[in-house]
Each structure stands twice: as structure tokens, then as C-alpha cells.
Design a protein around this ligand. Structure first.
Ligand code: ATP
Ligand code: MG
Length: 420
């Protein structure tokens, strides 16, 4: 127990961190280019926020939340996603009175009590954006296009954009009746959760992952065929605009999304490579959410992208990911005088922004060279009494094996100006 991380959590080890830094940096650069500002939200919130903001008939709220009482007897939940927290912050900080729309992005960990498998963890990472205050279809296109561009920049190919509209509360109430009429005769053979959701939120049933239920849901009437004129017009403007900028999409009438607050456009980017956990990211419009959380009626749209699944997809497509930077130079020393010189040289190089590793182990020349090699240092230089006396040392290029005699006076200048 003591030496094993809890099930569903994973360390990101130093050998993998460069890939994480790379996708994080690319994402934040892209968001900033689209005018989104970073927001950081708490890891935990009042449980009620998620019950309200994610929806208390969702799998997330009913089955997956990490909820506990704190020492003050408050019910606290580790965030299972980012949207609810961002919306809470938008309301709390009066962002409704800022120039609209308000465009935010985040990079967070999220927590869900899940069946752990490849691409499905209990602590995982999401990149997301929330665009608040814009009801126009071009807002939908903006967030979808950000994702398409992100994948393009990372060199990811063949992700399928699945698109649907789940209408507004107006069209949904008429549709719910039709759906209930269809489901009625199948209900007895469906799972307990579905039976429970039948009265409270029948559409949730369409998102059930149980095989037996999925079979019956297949032929259920689709909401897209029953949306109102306003929602239909919105949807057709979204697809026309996507076509205008050349983003291919597939209409998938089956997407409901796991969250209760979605309205109109919902979408997913799905992979064919990474197995059953193929949804790399999902998003949609949530025009009722801000109001449901206690703010003024405010339209919104956003997405969340699973970073573990993104990296799995990149690996499965054979995309080369950056590795950790290696030292430009290793400087070692034998003897006290040389150690002082080594100290000075390393200090100067570091001040000049050169990645320099110096000896701090007092090992033999052989051991130091071996270490420099293991680190992948481009150059190595070992100082001893002779080198100090003659003010000269051998700079070894570890990649070619070549050595050059160089004067210690010019070493810094050389490395800084000519890097070798
Ligand atoms: P799924 O249907 O796979 O459970 P979801 O609908 O619950 O996904 P969202 O709530 O939309 O997922 O979260 C957005 C993205 O976050 C997902 O598309 C996925 O990439 C990622 N994600 C969700 N849950 C997990 C998890 N447990 N482990 C890793 N990534 C996850
Ligand atoms: Mg899920």
C-alpha cells in the first residue's frame, strides 16, 4: 500500500514530462492566439455545484464523484470536470459585466471513480475552454475549429468529428414524451439506473453504457429529427460554417453527452486507434448552465479534451514526441583547485543560459565521463591540476568523439557565442 499509488492514479515520470510540457504549451499558445485567457480553479468545490452544474441524473454525479465531508462538516467534491467550476467563478467574480464574450481556458486534473482501464483513470488531465456570453453559431464553430487546428498542429490525423444537436428545453420536452412512449415497452429489460431515469430525465437513458440497454436504445427516436426551428437553424449555420473553413464532420444522432446542461450543439472528436476509450474530447453548448448555477441567463459553449487519450492517440499514430532536453556541457574536476575553477565556469555558463551540469560527486575521470555520456551531454570537459596550470583543457564532443584544446579564458565566450 505504502509504496503503491492509489488505483487509477499515475505518476508522470521525468522521462515522460517533455511530452506533457509540449502538448500543454501548444494548447495554451493556441488558446491565447484565439483570445482565450487562462483560468485556474480549485481542485474541490461544494458538492452542490456539481449536482447542479453537471446534473444529478448523470453518471458522473450518480456514480463517479469523490465526495467527502471536511472537518467543518461541509460536503466537498473533487472536481470531476472543469466547466462547473469555471461557471461558478464567472458568476462569483461578476464576469458577466466584463466585455462579452468571456473566453477562458484551463489545464486541470479531474477525478472520477471509474472502472480503470487504458485511457480511463480516476485522476486524469483535461484541457478545456469555455466561451461565455455568445449565442451565435459562429461561437460553436470557433471552439470546434480550435480543436481541429490543435490536432493539425500536433500532426494528428483521422480523428472524426461527430456532431449532433440536442435542442433546447422547448423541443426537448415534446421529444421526451415520444422517447418515453418508445422506451416504455423496453423498460423492464433495461438496467436499474435507466429505469430510475425514465421519469426524471429519459434522455439520459440514451447515454447508458450497459450492453443490454445500448441494444434497445439503438432504434429509439432521435432528438435531431425533432428539434424546433430555431435549433435547426442554429445547427445548419454551424455545419455551413464548418464547411466554409473545410472542417469535415459526421452527423451522429446518437451523441447525448454525459452532462445534463448541454443544449443545441454537442460534439466529440473520436479516434479509431485507441480502442474503446476512443473519445479524445467532447464538448457542446450549455445555454442554461449559468442560470442553473445562480447567474443571469448567459449562453455558453466549451469542450474538454482528455490529455492521456491525446497522448495515447499520438503514440498510436507514431507521432514523435519531444524528449527531455540534454545538457549542453558537463564540466568535471579532479582536485581542489580544479573544483574551484569548475565552480566558476559552471556558474558563468548557467548565468548565460547554457544547460550545464557540473561534478558534485568527486568521482574519477572515468566515472565522470561515463556519467556525462549517460546524461547525453553534447560536450564534456574535465579539469585537473595540469589544465589549471596551463590554462587549457580538452573539450570533448561526446557525439563525434572529437577533442579540441581550448583556452579556459575563452571557454565561456566560445560556448555562449558558438555553442562549442
Ligand atoms: P467517456 O464516455 O469516455 O466516459 P465522458 O463523456 O465521461 O467520456 P467528458 O466528461 O466529456 O467524458 O470528458 C471530456 C474528455 O475527458 C473525454 O472525452 C476523455 O477524453 C476525457 N476523460 C473523461 N473521463 C476520463 C477518465 N476517467 N480517464 C481519462 N480521460 C477521461
Ligand atoms: Mg465518462
Amino acid at each position: 500500500m505504502l509504496t503503491q499509488a492509489p488505483k487509477g492514479t499515475r505518476d508522470i515520470l521525468p522521462e515522460d514530462i517533455a511530452q506533457w510540457n509540449y502538448v500543454e504549451q501548444k494548447f495554451s499558445e493556441l488558446c491565447k492566439k484565439f483570445g482565450y485567457k487562462e483560468i485556474r480553479i480549485p481542485v474541490f468545490e461544494h458538492t452542490e455545484l456539481f449536482q447542479r452544474g453537471v446534473g444529478d441524473t448523470t453518471d458522473i454525479v450518480q456514480k463517479e464523484m469523490y465526495t467527502f465531508k471536511d472537518k467543518g462538516d461541509r460536503s466537498i467534491t473533487l472536481r470531476p470536470e472543469g466547466t462547473a467550476g469555471v461557471v461558478r467563478s464567472y458568476i462569483e467574480h461578476g464576469m458577466g459585466s466584463l466585455p462579452q464574450p468571456v473566453k477562458l481556458f484551463y489545464q486541470i486534473t479531474a477525478y472520477r471513480y471509474e472502472n480503470v482501464q487504458k485511457g480511463r483513470y480516476r485522476e486524469f488531465h483535461q484541457f478545456g475552454v469555455e466561451l461565455l456570453g455568445a449565442a451565435d453559431p459562429s461561437a460553436d464553430v470557433e471552439v470546434i475549429s480550435m480543436l481541429a487546428l490543435y490536432f493539425e498542429q500536433l500532426g494528428i490525423k483521422n480523428l472524426v468529428l461527430n456532431l449532433n444537436s440536442i435542442g433546447c428545453p422547448k423541443c426537448r420536452s415534446a421529444y421526451n414524451e415520444k422517447l418515453k412512449a418508445y422506451l416504455k415497452e423496453h423498460l423492464s429489460s433495461m438496467c436499474e439506473t435507466c429505469r430510475e431515469r425514465y421519469e426524471r430525465n429519459p434522455m439520459r437513458i440514451l447515454d447508458c453504457k450497459e450492453e443490454g440497454c445500448k441494444l434497445r436504445i439503438k432504434d429509439a427516436p432521435a432528438l435531431l429529427d425533432h428539434i424546433c426551428d430555431e435549433c435547426r437553424d442554429h445547427f445548419s449555420k454551424v455545419t455551413t460554417r464548418l464547411e466554409a473553413i473545410g472542417i469535415p464532420y459526421n452527423i451522429d444522432k446518437g451523441i447525448v453527452r454525459g452532462l445534463d446542461y448541454y443544449t443545441k450543439t454537442v460534439f466529440e472528436f473520436v479516434s479509431k486507434n485507441i480502442g474503446t476509450q476512443g473519445t479524445v474530447c467532447g464538448g457542446g453548448r450549455y445555454d442554461g448552465l449559468v442560470e442553473a448555477c445562480g447567474g443571469a441567463p448567459t449562453p455558453g459553449i466549451g469542450f474538454a479534451l482528455g490529455v492521456e487519450r491525446l497522448l495515447l492517440e499520438m503514440q498510436s499514430q507514431g507521432i514523435e514526441l519531444p524528449k527531455a532536453e540534454t545538457p549542453h556541457i558537463y564540466i568535471g574536476a579532479i582536485g581542489e583547485k580544479a573544483a574551484l575553477m569548475c565552480e566558476r565556469l559552471a556558474w558563468q555558463l548557467r548565468r548565460n543560459n547554457i544547460f550545464c551540469v557540473k561534478d558534485i560527486m568527486n568521482r574519477s575521470v572515468k566515472a565522470q565521463m561515463k556519467y556525462a555520456d549517460k546524461l547525453g551531454a553534447h560536450y564534456a570537459l574535465i579539469l585537473g591540476d595540469n589544465e589549471i596550470e596551463n590554462n587549457k583543457a580538452q573539450l570533448k564532443d561526446m557525439r563525434t568523439g572529437e577533442t579540441k584544446d581550448i583556452s579556459l579564458d575563452t571557454l565561456i565566450d566560445r560556448l555562449v557565442k558558438h555553442r562549442g
